[in-house]
Ligand binder design. Structure first.
Ligand code: B16
Ligand code: MG
Length: 210
């Protein structure tokens, strides 16, 4: 690994909670009669809960008040947390575990940079509650990706400059956030083909060849 530190996105990179976000939003959208599918769900990757709701409501004919929106976002989060509650360390994919262990053995500092306010709970569920050297998440920022704030916070906590760090992202908004913050980026999953990323990973362990 030629970088001095690695900052991982959480949903869709470390674990498949992106699937749970989709399922929870889908229940809500169906209840409201709003068209929503997996392709539209990709627009929500890396963006905050309220911004995700706004994107979903773009397809609604009804106008919602701020209080109604807050209640809808809370309803989705409740559904999402029920799904998270079933997660165990077995939900940490073997390839991810092997990659994290190999980077740890190399002595590479590692952080999480996630827009999710549920980050501490997810890390605890999958057995990584104490693994990372730093965690920057949706509770610590005011602007979500594509703003670089969460990655800059993670780098600051690691005491590394952006150019020393590699960001790993599955969201197009996250790839853009890395670029704006001056970070190199390895894209995976939905963002894999994004030309703004320097590296394109089939699987997380491809990081070990960089
Ligand atoms: P929460 P990441 C992001 O996490 C998700 O990709 C995005 O879909 C979600 O809306 C956002 O977290 C906020 O999540 O509702 O749990 O606060 O990809 O940046 O790890
Ligand atoms: Mg993600």
């Amino acid at each position: 690994m030629k970088y001095g530190a690695v900052i991982f996105d959480l949903d869709g990179v470390i674990c498949s909670t992106d699937e749970y976000h989709y399922r929870a939003w889908k229940v809500l959208a169906d209840r409201l009669g709003i068209p929503f599918d997996r392709e539209r769900n990709n627009l929500l990757r890396g963006v905050s809960r309220m911004e995700s709701l706004e994107i979903i409501l773009e397809k609604s004919e009804k106008r919602y008040t701020q209080a109604e929106k807050e209640s809808l976002a809370a309803e989705k989060n409740e559904l999402y947390r029920q799904l998270l509650g079933n997660m165990t360390p077995a939900d940490l994919p073997e390839d991810v575990k092997r990659t994290l262990d190999a980077l740890r053995a190399e002595g590479i500092p590692m952080a999480i940079g996630s827009s999710s306010k549920n980050t501490p709970y997810i890390l605890e569920r999958i057995g990584l509650g104490h693994f990372f050297d730093a965690v920057a998440d949706g509770n610590m920022i005011t602007r979500s990706k594509p703003d670089p704030e969460v990655f800059l916070k993670a780098a600051e906590l690691l005491r590394r400059a952006p150019e020393e760090c590699l960001v790993v992202e599955d969201a197009r908004a996250g790839v853009e956030a890395a670029r704006r913050g001056g970070f190199a980026c390895a894209a995976i999953g939905d963002a894999k083909g994004d030309p703004r990323a320097q590296y394109h990973l089939e699987k997380l362990s491809d990081l070990l060849n960089l």
